[in-house]
Design a protein around this ligand. Structure first.
Ligand code: SAM
Length: 193
């Protein structure tokens, strides 16, 4: 799909969504105790900016990048409503280079572009944290992409970010009682050494 088609698709989706403030991804909200007290943060492929707003509320200087101008306009409105500042930027993250050694915190939720793993890891400052959460191939429920190219293989986040120190990893897969647990996504927090 071309960048223009991706942008139009997500603009359409977001134009039909509610204007409520979105929640941060679980990987971030459940592991917020790992965050440094302040710094520069990036919400990559931020959508409506649940992660960006969460981090701005905690005092981070936040950049939020997405290909959908509509999503970014929504973030700016939501941030302004709460007296927060988020640097929301329309950006094709697969085409534009990611600045290196630039962030203390990077969050990626529900977005997977494997060629970006190196640049994402490289965008962290020493000691910086990557919070990553997205859908797995073995997911049980319809939410998330159908195309396996956009779904994680087993342990794939561990492989993609093998250069980082692992602080947290969860991937329940299809082990045990499938009526409970977190079956659809993998969750990773890693630290740049
Ligand atoms: C499933 S949504 C996830 C949004 C948000 N991170 C969340 O967890 O709610 C995927 C997002 O990736 C964005 N996206 C897709 N391709 C992109 C690209 N090449 N550059 C920037 N953003 C992109 C879409 O616009 C969309 O907002």
């Amino acid at each position: 799909m071309s960048a223009g088609a991706i942008r139009d698709k997500w603009d359409r989706i977001y134009s039909a969504s509610t204007e409520d403030e979105p929640e941060a991804a679980e990987v971030l909200s459940n592991n917020a105790h790992l965050l440094p007290p302040s710094g520069d943060a990036l919400d990559l492929a931020c959508g409506l900016g649940g992660n960006a707003l969460f981090l701005a509320r905690r005092g981070f200087r936040v950049s939020a990048w997405d290909i959908s101008p509509l999503a970014l306009a929504r973030i700016t409105t939501l941030a302004g409503r709460s007296g927060l500042k988020v640097e929301a930027q329309a950006r094709d993250v697969e085409a534009e280079p990611i600045p290196q050694v630039a962030f203390d915190v990077v969050v990626v939720s529900r977005f997977l572009a494997r060629p970006l793993a190196g640049p994402i890891g490289g965008s962290l400052r020493p000691g910086g944290l990557l919070f990553y959460q997205t859908f797995v191939r073995g997911k049980l429920h319809p939410a998330g992409p159908g195309n396996p190219n956009y779904l994680l293989a087993e342990n794939e986040l561990l492989d993609l970010f093998a250069g980082l120190r692992v602080l947290f990893y969860r991937e329940d897969g299809r082990v045990g009682d499938l009526t409970s647990g977190r079956r659809d996504e993998a969750y990773f927090v890693g630290q740049k050494r």
